[in-house]
Write a protein that binds this ligand. Structure first.
Ligand SMILES: *[C@@H]1O[C@H](CO)[C@@H](O)[C@H](O)[C@H]1NC(C)=O
Ligand SMILES: *[C@@H]1O[C@H](CO)[C@@H](O)[C@H](O)[C@H]1NC(C)=O
Ligand SMILES: *[C@@H]1O[C@H](CO)[C@@H](O)[C@H](O)[C@H]1NC(C)=O
Ligand SMILES: CC(=O)N[C@H]1CO[C@H](CO)[C@@H](O)[C@@H]1O
Length: 665
């Protein structure tokens, strides 16, 4: 005990109580034998723990209070709210309000088997069965949350040394109502603590929370986990502002939310963490669209989709309802957007534009597309159609697709994806691409401020897309769009849209003699590993397909982003930066060398960025172009592994997004 005494004397009381809270959460989320139908509560406990940790990181809670960013006058209050939270966590399910042991505790100490063998709960077998007692899920839960936070480790280590606590707990019985009430109380304590922050601190807390949510997304891609996360954000909350306020500010705050005493009032539904909710919903949808067997009514209901799976999958539009206006571009290839209007019978006209996706006919005798291609186009259209719920991905709203067989019956062997113009834009306003702006003679180079804002917005959008495992696969400046009713002079660079989403097309059989058209103008934006394929699935080995997402990696999107950032820095398209004449007809041997040339010191491309835009922008562009190595991943890491995916997500934020967010020009 003497040793503990000396430890206590140097560690601040704030840190001691805080560690007790962190440990309380840990014991609760680690507790064995949690029934599978309560997993969403456990997810919620875990996210509240991370809210507390992120909060503590912002105010710099450390072993001593030397750097604590809470005013001296508020420290007593802080200690009070932390202590209340700690007591709540440590007493829950074991003792009553009067600190007496419960005769029927919810939680009891978990004894490990005498010979070191854990008396394991019944194995988690049948997913369809939902009996609270039969199924108890324990394994792999902690690994679904970010583990590396130094503060988490430090406080757990400290709490372990300093107090007599049970090493592990297990659930002896379950009372969902009590557990939900605990979640509300904990989350209200955390809300209260956020209210102690100033604006700048609140902003940095929000940023930390977003990144924690992205990490949680990376570490949990199974549909079941995503549904749990989604459910965890939909607990009912009790509200009652009429009660007499207590003089203790923490208690008054809790009372205002009706959390001081348990009462019988009906709760009202108030989703928490709208961001995490939207991410989990979209990622689950993304996985389900790819796998029709998972996409059931029950699933759609579990993540509160407003449309049924069959509505979501019905994305085919009738060709005769599409009226193309740009006749001269009607036969233009991919990458050329055409203006049109969409008008089903007895409806009004919608002004739209079309993006083409060509395909090679299945055989010489049939012009029909390969069924695999059709599936992928449908999945892409469904995702782009559903994405209008939130503007989180800056993607235009897709109405659906059609197969381009004209009135004379001629099959153009292509799909048209139909996009609606943003509500702010006038119906006659055409999209203007970034590529068009880069080559425009009318406009000068936009201000450095505008260019940095644009770089930041594009990087943040890719970060978000990757958080839900949505790979763009066709990033280039001709796919970044702006809508300005008064022409190119008045572009608002804070409102870019990202279009041109692509999908991996199945590789064609070897006996197909028709070669995909060489497309140097697109290849110049692609990582050398995926050039020449026109996004064809290159993972074909001895006639066996791998899953569609297996060949295209997130780091290839990041490479393409790096090329676009470079273009924005120079305000010139990449072929002009590299002095490549006539890019349309450039040979593959030219585009394959682009990455190497961009990173080559003697070419001086990045050197120019450093001289004119500074080391931060240069570092950002370099990281994107270099790829995995720059993001601390060994070359050739499997980006589908969850730890690798989480690391890439984190490092991309640290080295690219964060740097651009912090820039002030
Ligand atoms: C999304 O699109 C559908 C169909 O066009 C429309 O009914 C719905 O209001 C849109 N939702 C949002 C949030 O824009
Ligand atoms: C540009 O767009 C941003 C974001 O929508 C908006 O806040 C800003 O006011 C716009 N600027 C102008 C000049 O319209
Ligand atoms: C195809 O299979 C043969 C024999 O099983 C093997 O030797 C060869 O390496 C395989 N090719 C590829 C590209 O995997
Ligand atoms: C991407 C990933 O690894 N997801 C995992 C999420 O958690 C479940 C179960 O805990 C795993 O089976 C998944 O592999």
């Amino acid at each position: 005990m003497a040793e503990i005494g000396t430890v206590l004397s140097v560690v601040s009381l704030t840190f001691q109580v805080f560690s007790g809270c962190v440990q309380g959460y840990q014991l609760l989320t680690d507790a064995k034998h949690m029934p599978s139908d309560c997993q969403h509560l456990r997810v919620r406990f875990k996210t509240e723990q991370y809210r507390l940790l992120n909060w503590a990181d912002v105010v710099k809670i450390e072993e001593t209070d030397d750097h604590l960013l809470i005013s001296t006058t508020s420290r007593g209050l802080l200690l009070d709210v932390l202590e209340q939270q700690r007591v709540l966590l440590h007493h829950f399910g074991r003792v009553d309000d009067k600190y007496k042991k419960l005769s029927k505790p919810l939680l009891v100490e978990y004894e490990e088997g005498s010979n070191g063998v854990l008396p394991d709960p019944p194995a988690y077998s049948d997913e369809s069965e939902r009996s609270p007692t039969a199924q108890r899920v324990d394994s792999g839960f902690q690994s679904r949350f970010p583990q590396s936070e130094a503060l988490l480790k430090k406080s757990l280590a400290w709490a372990k040394r300093s107090r007599e606590y049970p090493r592990r707990l297990k659930w002896a019985s379950i009372d969902k109502g009590k557990m939900e009430m605990l979640v509300h109380k904990l989350s209200s304590f955390n809300d209260f603590m956020s209210e102690m922050l100033n604006n700048a601190q609140l902003e940095s807390l929000a940023i930390k929370q977003t990144r924690t949510e992205f990490q949680i997304m990376q570490l949990n891609s199974s549909i079941q986990n995503l549904v749990q996360i989604f459910e965890s954000t939909t607990l009912t909350n009790k509200h009652d502002g009429r009660r007499r306020r207590s003089t203790n500010p923490v208690r008054a705050f809790m009372q205002a939310r009706g959390l001081d005493e348990v009462d019988e009032e009906e709760g009202i539904v108030k989703p928490r963490q709208p961001n995490l909710r939207a991410l989990a919903q979209f990622k689950a949808l993304n996985s389900a669209i790819e796998d029709p067997t998972l996409f059931t009514e029950e699933f759609a209901h579990s993540i509160a989709l407003t449309h049924t799976p069959s509505q979501i999958r019905s994305v085919e539009l009738d060709r005769s309802h599409i009226h193309i206006q740009d006749k001269e571009f009607e036969d233009a290839g991919e990458g050329q957007r055409v203006e049109a209007y969409y008008q089903p019978p007895r409806s009004k006209k919608t002004s739209v534009w079309i993006e083409w996706k060509t395909y090679e006919p299945q055989s010489f005798t049939s012009s029909a597309p390969d069924p695999k291609i059709l599936e992928r186009v449908k999945a892409l259209a469904a995702l782009l159609k559903e994405n209008n719920r939130t503007d989180q991905f800056r993607a235009p709203h897709c109405l659906g697709y059609f197969q381009d067989i004209d009135a004379e019956g001629e099959d153009h062997c292509r799909f048209g994806l139909v996009f609606e113009k943003p509500v702010e834009a006038h119906s006659t306003t055409r999209p203007t691409s970034l590529h068009a702006l880069l080559t425009s003679k009318e406009i000068g180079v936009p201000s450095l401020t505008d260019r940095i804002v644009l770089m930041r917005l594009l990087s943040e959008t890719i970060e978000r897309l990757h958080a839900v495992n949505w790979l763009h696969k066709g990033l280039r400046s001709s796919n970044i769009l702006f809508f300005s009713d008064s022409g190119a002079q008045d572009i608002n660079y804070s409102e870019p849209y990202i279009s041109g989403f692509d999908y991996s097309r199945p590789a064609m059989n070897d006996d197909m003699t028709e070669r995909p058209p060489e497309d140097a103008a697109s290849d110049i934006y692609r990582h050398p590993r995926v050039q020449g394929s026109g996004n064809r699935d290159t993972s074909i080995l001895n006639g066996t397909f791998y899953s569609p997402s297996s060949s295209y990696k997130k780091s290839y999107d990041l490479y393409s982003l790096g090329v676009i950032l470079l273009e924005i820095a120079y305000w010139k398209p990449i072929d002009v930066i590299l002095n490549i004449p006539d890019i349309q007809n450039a040979r593959p041997s030219v585009t394959i060398k682009v990455r190497q040339r961009l990173l080559d010191e003697h070419e001086g491309v990045l050197g120019y960025v450093k001289s004119y835009l500074g080391t931060t922008v240069e570092g950002v562009v370099r990281a994107c172009l270099e790829g995995p190595k720059a993001f601390m991943l060994p070359e050739g890491s499997d980006e589908r592994k969850k730890e690798v995916g989480a690391m890439l997500q984190k490092m991309f934020y640290e080295m690219v997004v964060k740097e651009l967010v912090l820039m002030r020009v």
